[in-house]
Design a binder for this molecule. Structure first.
Ligand SMILES: C[S@@+](CC[C@H](N)C(=O)[O-])C[C@H]1O[C@@H](n2cnc3c(N)ncnc32)[C@H](O)[C@@H]1O
Ligand code: SF4
Length: 310
């Protein structure tokens, strides 16, 4: 029987640690570029998949997967058996050939997120730092080629920021008319290490005005991450930006799941439950199972275990 307690969730990984854009809201720090080796990728697949669940593996999370020289081959090798567990996010900045897009249409992934901030090329450069972008050309060819295949679901993620504020409603309509999207997520930026993020954040009044207007478009696939408690949401976000490093750490700890696991492009990772580190090339299946059992026992002891499917 499926046992949720014995799955890591979410499993966040990246096959590379670099990017060809520099978005003004991006939370990343940039270090020396590193690409995951095929051996490490195989180790992830062999050891981690049995401990994953539906929509639980971000095969690319923080960086830009299309920059890995083996991006197409690696994702083409994702096993069908775990198709519903995988998804990834891309900026579609690198020029993709039709052949590559055709192969993407057959990736065994639950969905592909595409980041879409604007349809205005000038604003696009201002937001992403990318000049003469291939994004729009890639996007139209992805939709053209995907329409003739049985492709993965496609989702858009759009940041709600000052730079695209006046365009959001038309952007939502245009996106909706372009392609049968599985979801269009709108979100305001969260955790960021630079205080200048405040310059691009919308005010509470602006969000209170905008969110109902997005809703009133009536598209059932729209998801707004400020939806449930807008006031509290904005307060928490403002708190993150203004708070000192210790406060940020506390918020991070509260937000993350006990079962969360992270694997970097170099194969090094950590468990969120206790911050302990591992190397995916070295750790074995028994150690992974025992980590999960440890988390489960701890949660039961604390009276915090609720989603039992044992
Ligand atoms: C970090 S990016 C990595 C994937 C890829 N490079 C891209 O941008 O599509 C994953 C998603 O996080 C979003 N993102 C980036 N910075 C963010 C922030 N400070 N708060 C919330 N989401 C953010 C991006 O817009 C993107 O949709
Ligand atoms: S494309 Fe993604 S990873 Fe790159 S800078 Fe923008 S948000 Fe960050």
């Amino acid at each position: 029987m499926f046992n949720k307690a014995l799955t890591f969730y979410p499993i966040s990984m990246d096959i590379t640690n670099h990017c060809n854009a520099r978005c003004i809201f991006c939370f990343n720090h940039w270090g020396k570029p590193c690409n995951m080796t095929r051996e490490t990728f195989s180790a992830v697949m062999t050891k981690i998949l049995p401990f994953s669940r539906k929509e639980g593996i971000l095969v690319s999370c923080l960086y830009e997967p299309t920059l890995h020289p083996d991006f197409i081959d690696m994702y083409s090798s994702l096993p069908l058996q775990y198709k519903d567990n995988f998804f990834f996010t891309t900026n579609l900045v690198r020029h993709l050939t039709d052949t590559e897009i055709n192969k993407m249409a057959y990736f065994n992934v639950h969905h592909i997120n595409i980041s879409l901030e604007t349809f205005d090329e000038k604003k696009y450069t201002e937001i992403t730092g990318v000049k003469n972008t291939c994004f729009y050309d890639n996007l139209s060819r992805v939709f053209k080629i995907f329409k003739d295949a049985s492709p993965p679901r496609v989702r858009f993620i759009t940041m709600l920021i000052r730079n695209n504020y006046s365009e959001i409603l038309s952007l939502a309509q245009k996106a909706h008319d372009m392609y049968p999207l599985d979801m269009h997520e709108f979100r305001t930026p969260y955790l960021h290490n630079e205080t200048d993020l405040e310059k691009i954040l919308l005010t509470e009044n602006e969000l209170n005005d905008l969110v109902p207007k997005i809703r009133s478009l009536g598209y059932s696939n729209i998801y707004i991450s400020a939806d449930s408690n807008l006031e509290q949401f904005i307060k928490v976000k403002a708190g993150w930006i203004k708070s000192n490093v210790d406060e940020v750490k506390k918020v991070k700890l509260r937000m993350h799941e006990d079962y969360q696991m992270r694997i970097n492009a170099n194969g090094k990772g950590f468990f969120n439950c206790d911050g302990s580190e591992f190397d995916i090339n070295i750790i074995n299946t028994e150690e992974l199972r025992s980590k999960l059992l440890g988390i489960l026992r701890y949660k039961i002891k604390q009276g915090r275990y609720v989603d039992a499917h044992i």
